[in-house]
Write a protein that binds this ligand. Structure first.
Ligand code: IFM
Length: 440
């Protein structure tokens, strides 16, 4: 890899990220059913109807997985704590679940890894989905209660806490596009989820502060948005898509407002009195997590209802997901976020990575495409720091090949290959290259 640790400021953290439902094995330890289990069990939603019941069996193999992080010389590990494991019906505590995260965090600390916890990475308990999930304001209160329960158990040892992972995916991808659980395609449900997920963040922040917690923030995903051509329609589409995808959440959290271009579609469907929630949503955070993968080119499609959009993949090389590789987009978001929204607030690249059709050959996985991808995105991060963005860490997505949601186990994002028949872990060439690059 064409970078080294010494290219970055002292204290810059290198790590890898995962999420509970994608790796743990949700059939173990008393975890409750989630909306992803039922979404996956419904024909047509998930490749081969695969689910997270076994995943990487991290529940039993976490020591081996944390050894991999330590042996690579990583500083930090971004993981999530499953709500449905800790509270199987969303409200009642499962002590086995708390015990698991207790062991997990202790095992990180024993290995010198800073625990970066995410509270919600998408496994909504089915009992709450039955009551409307994120379209129902009560879910925000239940989430705040979960925040209390898990924080009382492991909050004394985690290094940082993010409330929500990728609220755009929780709300828009899942309620408007229907690609993720609960698989809705409904503008009214979307508007409500777009607001309630922000409110859940705000309520969780209130509870965390009441417990004196520091290093609390949120993780947002950003999609670089370019016009398909130089038409006025394409320029309009950029403004609309940027508002829905990139501005809605950061503007609410940093400024307490929603962008007019997005309210143009959502206002009529917002929950009554939403304006009164904006103060809680926009309370100060200690860091912002930035997830970045790709860019899209957009234009207006007048034949479609609002947001009147047509979206295309960019022209560059693609990953196994079909996502264009566009490292400059990461630089642009890091500098834009600093300039327009958060100033000197610490930023972390909490996810960046690529899927590839990796295979084990003679006991090894050669993935030069991923090595190049990581090096180029870390270089883009370095350029953003040089331009003044206060970026303090970079987490590769993901440590392990895992359950890639609607794509099941087919798309391999890991630095470590997982054989989903034997569950054997094989570090890829990118793991070894990353290890060499970040060596002290
Ligand atoms: O696997 C996901 C992760 O759960 C959230 N961010 C994007 C990743 C790749 O699609």
């Amino acid at each position: 890899m064409h970078f080294k640790r010494s290219d970055f400021p002292d204290g810059f953290l290198f790590g890898a990220a995962t999420a509970a439902y994608q790796i743990e094995g949700h059939q173990f330890g008393g975890a409750g059913p989630t909306h992803w289990d039922t979404f996956a069990a419904t024909p047509g939603n998930v490749l081969r109807a695969e689910n997270g019941a076994l995943a990487c069996d991290h529940y039993h193999r976490f020591a081996e997985d944390l050894d991999l992080l330590r042996d690579a010389g990583m500083d930090a590990y971004r993981f999530s704590t499953s709500w449905a494991r800790v509270m199987p019906d969303g409200r009642t505590v499962n002590t086995q679940g708390l015990d698991f995260y207790d062991r997990l965090v202790d095992a990180m600390l024993e290995r010198g890894l800073k625990p970066f916890q995410t509270l919600y990475h998408w496994e909504l308990p089915s009992a709450l989905a039955d009551q409307g999930g994120w379209t129902n304001r009560d879910t925000c209160v239940a989430f705040a209660d979960f925040t209390d329960v898990i924080t009382d158990r492991i909050g004394d040892r985690v290094h940082a806490i993010a409330t929500i992972n990728e609220p755009w995916c929780v709300a828009y991808l899942s309620h408007f596009l229907g690609h993720h659980a609960p698989g809705l395609r409904d503008i009214r449900a979307t508007a409500r989820a777009m607001h309630h997920i922000n409110l859940a963040h705000g309520m969780a922040m209130t509870r965390l502060r009441a417990r004196g917690m520091q290093n609390c923030g949120v993780v947002l995903n950003f999609d670089h948005t370019a016009p398909l051509d130089d038409s006025a329609g394409a320029a309009q589409a950029v403004a609309t898509w940027d508002a829905i995808m990139n501005r809605w959440f950061i503007e609410a959290i940093a400024k307490g407002t929603y962008p007019a271009e997005a309210l143009a579609g959502f206002a009529a469907h917002m929950p009554a009195g939403w304006q009164a929630d904006m103060a809680e949503i926009s309370q100060p955070v200690d860091f912002l997590g930035v997830n970045y993968y790709t860019r899209h080119q957009v234009t207006t499609d007048p034949a479609q209802p609002w947001p009147h959009l047509a979206s295309h993949d960019g022209p560059g090389a693609k990953t196994q997901m079909g996502w264009e590789i566009y490292p400059d987009g990461l630089h642009d978001f890091l500098t834009r976020l600093a300039d327009e929204y958060v100033g000197d607030l610490p930023l972390f690249v909490t996810e960046n990575g690529m899927a590839w059709d990796d295979h084990v050959v003679n006991g090894a996985v050669d993935d030069p495409e991923r090595i190049r991808f990581i090096a180029d995105h870390i270089a883009a991060t370095g350029r953003a720091i040089a331009a003044g963005a206060n970026v303090q860490g970079f987490f590769y997505w993901s440590l392990l090949d895992n359950y890639e949601w609607a794509f099941g186990y087919e798309k391999r994002f890991g630095m470590v290959h997982v054989d989903f028949d034997t569950l054997k872990r094989t570090p890829k060439a990118s793991y070894h290259a990353f290890k060499s690059a970040i060596a002290r």
